[in-house]
Design a protein around this ligand. Sequence first.
Ligand code: AMP
Length: 114
Amino acid sequence: MANIFEKIVNGELDADIVFQDDRVTAFRDIAPKARVHVLIVPNQVIETVDDIADEDEALIGHMVLVARDIARQEGIAEDGYRLMINCREHGGQEVYHLHLHLMGGQHMGPMVCR
Ligand code: AMP
């Protein structure tokens, strides 16, 4: 069964998509933790960072460049932003389809909440 992000990529589930090409899809987080909170996901299913294969290197680089471009489009690049990937249980990963969080538009505070 397709996971929720796979359904967004395939157009089966509505999302506020800000960018899509043949490799990645970027959409606004449904429960934003910052004024700008966009998720960049590969169109193919890679469950976690630990499941990234060596041959995915260009795809992962593309995800970061797409995040850079979206940050510029959103007008948050100059002030800065946070890019984050959670991995599995200890990383706090909820959706098992690799996703890069782009968060900004405000000061993001300390890296880890205590
Ligand atoms: P993570 O905890 O790193 O797995 O992050 C999962 C993120 O996905 C959370 O920030 C959720 O708010 C977000 N999310 C869950 N369902 C949806 C959805 N249908 N559309 C957009 N974002 C979602």
